[in-house]
Design a protein around this ligand. Structure first.
Ligand code: ZN
Ligand code: ZN
Length: 345
């Protein structure tokens, strides 16, 4: 078997982003080396590529992915060939927030594709602590969508109640996902709206509004449509500060509540119970990254995915087959995977 020591990766170095050949990472003790099957493209990746979000230099981009274990993880319950997904926010595990049960708020966290090498590559090495088994019923594409689901599940941590009148402000894919999360949690009347709605929304009408497009004009409108004492749920991560009319918020005694992530395990469970395939586009070869980044800027299209190994995975065509069939395909695919060997040192 040919030794695999080099891989293709989308690397940001200085101000340029390009496809490079780089060494396959060697997993440190406690890390798992994963062969990436599919990786999702999200606004964060585009912001990093555009230089709007500061990052390590150089850095391999990408943070939403699923793949199979290629090496390591033996002491952490993983074996070569296991199908896995990864939570890309890596808490330090030692600070006060981490030890008091708020690792999602760790101020020293590392984030794949931003502060450490990410997933637009053939392989990635990550700490075993953030690796999860991908449930059998889920495709790699669904697994690669676990992080956005996890971020949307966070809205359920906010002090909102089914029965309240709620609005998800925006009509992007993120807004649609957030709506599905809310409906599944019993918020059956949650509404979404277009940012450029021709019919204006009612003033003072909503008990809560969830923002999904963090721009000043959106906040003006959100504050206007909230009832006095209503709640704004903040879930976006804009790359720069956003101007908010605080005087308008004070006059209405608006409550601001920010949420980061829900439980990653629960997001896998959500994916198992809900079919989100209609939100997904077909995966494209890693080489198409620039074109995909250019169209993914707004996040209103279908979710884009990249794959370093187009054509060798049955999941690429398994979007609309039922989950039992997808399972068989996966088993076939796993038996044909080769394990890479790594050069010394
Ligand atoms: Zn993301
Ligand atoms: Zn920490």
């Amino acid at each position: 078997m040919r030794e695999v020591t080099e891989m293709r990766a989308v690397v940001k170095q200085g101000r340029t982003v390009q496809m490079c050949r780089v060494p396959v990472p060697a997993p440190e003790p406690g890390e798992v080396l994963i062969r990436i099957e599919v990786a999702g493209v999200c606004r964060t990746d585009v912001f990093v590529a555009q230089g709007r979000l500061s990052c390590a230099d150089p850095v391999i981009l990408g943070h939403e992915f699923a793949g199979v274990v290629a090496a390591g993880g033996d002491n952490d319950g993983f074996a070569t060939g296991d199908r896995v997904v990864v939570m890309p926010a890596i808490p330090c595990g030692a600070c006060r927030r981490c030890v008091t049960g708020m690792p999602e708020c760790c101020p020293h966290y590392q984030f794949l594709g931003v502060t450490r090498h990410g997933a637009f590559a053939e392989y990635i090495a990550v700490p075993a602590a953030v690796v999860h088994h991908l449930p059998q019923a889920l495709s790699f594409t669904e697994g690669a969508y676990a992080e956005p689901v996890c971020a949307s599940l966070a809205v359920l941590k906010a002090g909102i109640q089914p029965g309240e009148r709620g609005l998800i402000y925006g009509d992007s894919r993120i807004a649609e996902l957030t709506k599905r999360v809310l409906v599944a949690a019993g918020f059956s009347t949650a509404e979404t709206c277009r940012m450029d709605a021709s019919a204006p929304l009612e003033t003072d009408a909503y008990d809560f509004v969830i923002e999904t497009e963090p721009v000043a004009a959106a906040f003006d409108e959100i504050i206007r449509v909230l009832r006095p004492g209503g709640r704004i749920v903040l879930k976006s991560r804009p790359p720069a500060p956003v101007a908010v009319d605080l005087a308008a918020a004070v006059r209405k005694e608006v409550v601001f509540e920010a949420v980061s992530y829900g439980s990653f395990t629960e997001s896998l469970e959500f994916l198992r119970r809900h079919d989100l395939d209609d939100l997904f586009d077909d995966a494209r070869p890693l080489e198409d990254f620039a074109e995909v980044f250019a169209t993914d800027d707004v996040g209103e299209n279908l979710k884009s995915f990249l794959t370093p190994f187009p054509g060798d995975a049955n999941w690429v065509t398994s979007r609309h087959i039922d989950k039992d069939e997808a399972l068989l395909d996966t088993a076939d695919e796993l038996s044909s995977l080769s394990t890479p060997k790594f050069a010394e040192g």
